[in-house]
Write a protein that binds this ligand. Sequence first.
Ligand code: PHE
Length: 459
Amino acid sequence: MSNGSETGGLTENKQSIRGNWGSRMGFILAATGSAIGLGNIWKFPYITGVYGGAAFVLVYLVCVVIVGLPLMMAELIIGRRSKKNPVGAFKALHKPRSPWQATGWLGVASGFVILSFYSVVAGWAMAYIFKSLAGFSGTGQQIQSQFGTLVAHPSASIMWHTIFMVLCIGIVIGGVQRGIERWSKILMPTLFAILLALMAYGVFYTHGGPRALEFLFKPDFSKLSAEAVLSALGHAFFTLSLGMGAMLTYGSYMRRDESITRDAITVSALDTIIALIAGVAIYSLVFNFDMDPAAGPGLIFQTLPVLFAETGPWVSVPFFILLTFAALTSGISLLEVVVAYFIDERGWSRKKTTLILGTAIYLFGLLSAIASLTIPFRGRDQGFFDVFDFISTNYMLPVGGFLTCLFAAWVMKESDRVAEFGSRGPLYKGLIFVLRYVTPVAVFIVLLHGLELLPFMDY
Ligand code: PHE
């Protein structure tokens, strides 16, 4: 596949290699695809359960608005202004040897690390498509133990991790329009349709619908802990793909005539709505069968399959396909951040970069796929999966987000910001105020929490 082809006959210079989205819809679907992922369908429902339901959901919604949305706009502004990968972007908007490029480096490193373990969970989702086809049977405990067997079995985990990485590489190698945009246009609408069908099933065909709605939307603030508030804030980051340059990179392929405000609102709103719909679908089942909403990370791979034994493959197969599609469109955005850096800054071809870096991430991911490999971390032996997940979510993304926010608010030229935002009106002033004083403070607190340095918390 030729690199320059997707930009439609431009001469073969660096700009033509970068590519851009073919349409506004293409960008919206790709960016929403990046945002909607395991974070929405696996993580959001289970942490909502752990933290007690609606009050947590409400705090999370506030975090999306005051932290997520402004930061997404900042990333899109930086990306589209510079038309560069995260490292190049900070240099282009500041100066060639700017220390701010370290923020970009951190982003590229985060993409590398996150994809390495994200691919392992995505692999489990794929494995469960086939387990669903075969049907879940046996006692509740037998069904739940299948998950432990899969995780403990390196050959199975490695096989699915391999398949997932091959899919990501295959799509990203196609480029911005012919790879990412084309596949997002197919996968995202399918995902929406499956999710709506599952929600309708949960609400209309089970008896758990009303309880699910109450659990998710009727807040009981006595259940809210400081820990829950901090997790809500941290999750807002992860679920919107912020703090590591994914939105920055996707923004760099955006057309000039689109409104960044409108697009950022659309992407954040879709991401949030999908998380809520997934919550309703999953909790309708959980309450219908009187299961524990606070089951934790195993909610999807251990609790749900017990319920799927009753509902049959008609519900479980679409569910795990949905999870796989969601993971795939996020996985490609993680890979694209790394790939964009090597294409822009090192002048490598897209094909060479995707193959080499994709393979490197795959090999690195083997550490996470082999559950029996452990290292001492925070006082005990832990698997690489947990270590990488912990480091990236608690340290790398918040640090990246914090620096990106400071850069956009205090360092970047006013004229550059205004050019991308489109006006200097009250909305713009509001955004800059939030980016200067609200978002960084909120992110800084999450970071202190990640480092276990908050004075009022019990660590
Ligand atoms: N937003 C994705 C999810 O919710 C994860 C992700 C994080 C993707 C950072 C890209 C960058 O699963």
